[in-house]
Design a protein around this ligand. Sequence first.
Ligand SMILES: [Zn+2]
Ligand SMILES: [Zn+2]
Length: 368
Amino acid sequence: MKITAAVARETSAPFSIETLELEAPRAGEVLVRIVATGLCHTDIVVRDQVLPTPMPVVLGHEGAGVVEAVGEGVTSLAPGDEVVLGFAFCGHCPSCSDHQPGYCTEFMGRNFGGCRPDGSKALTDAAGAPVGSHYFGQSSFATYALAAENNVVKVTGAAQPLANLGPLGCGMMTGAGAVFNTLAAPAGSSIIVTGGGPVGLSGVMAAAARDYATIVLVEPVAARRELGRELGATHVIDPAAGDVAEQLRAILPGGVDRALDSTGIPGVIQSLVGCLALRGQLAWVGVPASLEATITLPMIPMMAQGLSVKGVTEGDADPAVLIPEMIALNAAGKFPFEKMIRTYPLAEINTAIDDQHKGLCVKAVLVA
Ligand SMILES: [Zn+2]
Ligand SMILES: [Zn+2]
């Protein structure tokens, strides 16, 4: 079938809107009419080839839409189902069996390979040349996408419009999952979140939903600090106003119980170590700008204070569990993610990227 898609053809170049040919769903696959897709930092990192998915390729990994057709053997989904598309995983390795599909042994190939696990691509361009598909098991910067049955989560009946739900499949799951699953502190705890983009703000909302007493957001853009307050931050810090650890200690003299970094900036993560209270825990979820990025840890303070640090993929979450949980929290007024969203037509993807880069919108969602 003919579809419209935003194609990434050259490193760091604008996406081109093209008509492509999409194959019919194979066994175990689902054809989804994409209603909207979130724009995530990881898409830009891949467009810039920090993560080397082969080009040309259709990116996009926060799709939401309606099932149009199912391939042979698909039993849990049917045409008409409203769905959110998550990342791809094998479903049977030790991590997948342990409900930790973000650490699937096949994660890199299935999500960044730009093809099916067997190496085939489902898209061809107007000249008949193959175009990468199945990016994060979806390639949803498009009007239609093929996904595997196991990376599609049914959301029929959600109170939010379907167009708002796509980002639950990656960015929001990452921030919320890191708070719910990784840091998992009891009610009354304190947390510092660095970066007031969609992932960090999802962490703020998640901490508020779990009744943390003190939620500190560190963010250089004033409008995002304001939004952070609206979404549950009890304090905000402007990193330009001075040393973050000193500003944090002015709020919490004994340090903070939990720290979540969404910036992926080594110096920022490093500074969070100095913010932690005794037995404090730090997690980072942002993809750094270089594959060689490193942090160093002070051994004696780490031991003496019992500190832990952890890198986290996709919020340590099982999408089939966390996506419905976020929708239920939202319906109860506790996870108002729609306040972060600004929509753009898919054809204006390059404008949306510019606006997100300039801080003019928090979460851009592309409506197909
Ligand atoms: Zn697996
Ligand atoms: Zn993402």
